[in-house]
Ligand binder design. Structure first.
Ligand code: ZN
Length: 282
């Protein structure tokens, strides 16, 4: 508990002193909403600017450099109970802030929850709207915005590429269109224009399926807009004649009876594949 002071030194109306050219420039820039440092003969940038390089005692150059406005917290200490003359009336941090482009740190307040405070925290200044040319024109620093909550809704139309357009066109005729690589002879469905394995241009088209073999499958218990009834089965199906499986719904059979290696056949409806179903014995 600090004892009550028994002396007061006060200049009624304030004590007017001249700032000198360096501090004067710093404060004038603050009034304009900018932060400047000054360069030393050793090319380091001092912020706040000083008339003399504290390392060498040499005068600094009349070379002002705009820094920040963002910076990085290097050290900080927490003030749980602000005093009357503190810049904020709620808990805050005093921090050593290295502004971008500066070689020295500035002491200033950071208005942030204690949980957010850490060495390395990126901060930006919060300026007073009515600036007068004082260090308090910089009200405090606040953490950089790193997350936002955005309402996302995008409406879009998918334009199939040439190969996919041909594939979809064939599906409307109840045909699976595949492409055979001239070099490695792999057969791809959906039909595509180049071989993903060897990069060759695919020119040969062929029909595959509509029967195939289940290579692997999943029983889904969460409804999907495309399969509202649960459980539903999604399966990888290797169409006869193809080297790559397609993924599709599998229906007309209880989920528990689906097995790897099962023979299935596409059921077309409305110009597309409705699902695959177990192949009926002829
Ligand atoms: Zn190939």
């Amino acid at each position: 508990m600090p004892s009550e002071p028994n002396h007061v030194l006060e200049f009624p109306g304030g004590y007017t002193r001249s700032t000198g050219p360096v501090i004067g420039r710093f404060l004038t820039e603050l009034r304009a909403g900018r932060i400047v440092g000054v360069r030393t003969a050793a090319r380091t940038v001092l912020v706040p600017p000083l008339e003399y390089d504290p390392a060498t005692g040499e005068p600094t150059l009349p070379d002002f450099v705009e820094v920040g406005p963002a910076g990085t917290v290097h050290e900080w200490t927490w003030v749980e109970e602000p005093r009357k003359n503190h810049p904020l009336d709620r808990p805050f941090a005093w921090a050593l802030i290295r502004l971008d482009g500066a070689d020295t740190s500035l002491v200033h307040a950071v208005d942030a929850p204690v949980k957010a405070m850490r060495t390395g925290l990126r901060v930006w200044p919060r300026w007073r709207p009515d600036r007068v040319g004082s260090i308090t024109d910089l009200e405090c620093f606040v953490p950089e915005v790193t997350t936002i909550v955005a309402n996302v809704r995008t409406e879009y139309t998918v334009t199939p590429g040439a190969a996919l357009a041909r594939y979809l066109d064939a599906l409307r005729r109840d045909v699976f269109l595949a492409g055979r690589c001239p070099a490695c002879e792999s057969v791809y469905v959906p039909y595509r224009l180049s071989c993903p394995q060897c990069g060759s241009v695919i020119e040969e088209e062929l029909e595959v399926g509509p029967s195939g073999t289940v290579t692997t499958f999943a029983i889904n218990n969460l409804p999907d807009p495309r399969a509202p009834q649960v459980p539903f089965v999604s399966a990888y199906i290797l169409l006869d004649g193809a080297d790559t499986p397609i993924i599709a719904l599998l229906s007309e059979i209880p989920a528990a009876q689906v097995a790897e290696g099962m023979r299935v056949r596409a059921v077309f409806e409305g110009g597309t594949v409705k699902w695959f179903a177990p192949e009926r014995e002829a």
